[in-house]
Design a protein around this ligand. Structure first.
Ligand SMILES: Nc1ncnc2c1ncn2[C@@H]1O[C@H](COP(=O)(O)OP(=O)(O)OP(=O)(O)O)[C@@H](O)[C@H]1O
Length: 250
């Protein structure tokens, strides 16, 4: 286990991914230092989700290396499962277990994967549910909760594995507008607490408020990699200008 602060928390080198003939990730090289919050922006189909999934090898890549906290992720096998546990992932769809309570959803992976004792897992799960503001719903089932609440449970569930990194793939895209902010607030809180995060989102307000860095992707490439301030006020590429123009006039 690496704890050297100089080691990037995420390191991708020359990652390429094809779907058939479609070159979806083109020579992606990226380092994310620990504690940094990176928001990934870009037009639909630019490869943002694929990048996110490639980082924990949910999506196998055709070439290139990915390392988390200095440890290269193997392509498959038991070692991959164990390393993947260091990478929390929150998706657009919450993917909670419908027949388990909220508390059980959050306890499950630590007990099964980390072999945490049930009492300890329960205590940690309750702490995390408290942190995402939902401890009073612990005994309910996912269908009894709003979308925003379910997504907060999904975040607590990911945190229960004590991940080193959190990846968010459009976590608010499936939510009714009035529930978006409660999820973004939880994410901003995590960012403030020093979690390393890579966030694919269309929420520009979050990018401005919580990101340390914006990566703009187009056609499978990182076209801009800069601060939110620079990106939103002085985008350099025509593609970023075009993207921002469309969003701001939306
Ligand atoms: N499993 C798959 N099989 C074939 N093509 C795929 C697959 N997943 C993604 N693609 C294609 O790869 C490209 C990149 O997709 P990706 O989902 O990474 O884009 P994105 O930037 O996240 O888009 P969006 O903002 O619409 O979610 C798209 O052209 C998409 O159609």
């Amino acid at each position: 286990m690496t704890t050297d602060v100089a080691t990037p928390m995420i390191k991708a080198v020359a990652v390429n991914k094809y779907f058939g003939d479609l070159h979806v990730l083109r020579e992606i090289t990226l380092e994310v230092p620990r504690g940094q919050v990176v928001v990934v922006l870009g037009p639909s189909g630019s490869g943002k989700s694929t990048l996110c999934r490639a980082i924990n090898r949910l999506e196998p890549v055709n070439s290139g290396e990915v390392a988390v906290d200095g440890v290269p992720l193997p392509a498959e096998g038991k070692a991959l499962a164990s390393l993947r546990a260091d990478v929390g992932m929150v998706f657009q769809q919450f993917n909670l277990f419908a027949h388990k309570t909220i508390l059980e959803n959050v306890m499950l992976a630590p007990v099964k994967v980390r072999k945490t004792a049930a009492a300890q897992a329960r205590a940690t799960a309750m702490e995390l549910l408290e942190r995402v503001g939902i401890a009073d719903q612990a005994d309910k089932y996912p269908a009894q909760l709003s979308g925003g609440q379910q997504q907060r449970v999904a975040i607590a569930r990911a945190l229960a594995m004590r991940p080193k990194v959190m990846l968010f793939d459009e976590p608010t895209s499936a939510l009714d507008p009035e529930m978006v902010q409660e999820v973004l607030d939880v994410m901003a809180g995590l960012a403030k607490d020093g979690m390393t995060m890579l966030v694919v989102t269309h929420e520009m307000g979050f990018a401005r408020r919580a990101a340390d860095r914006v990566i703009f992707m187009a056609d499978g490439e990182i076209v801009e990699d800069t601060t939110p301030e620079e990106f939103f006020t002085k985008p350099r590429s025509e593609r970023a200008k075009d993207f921002l123009g469309k969003i701001l006039t939306h």
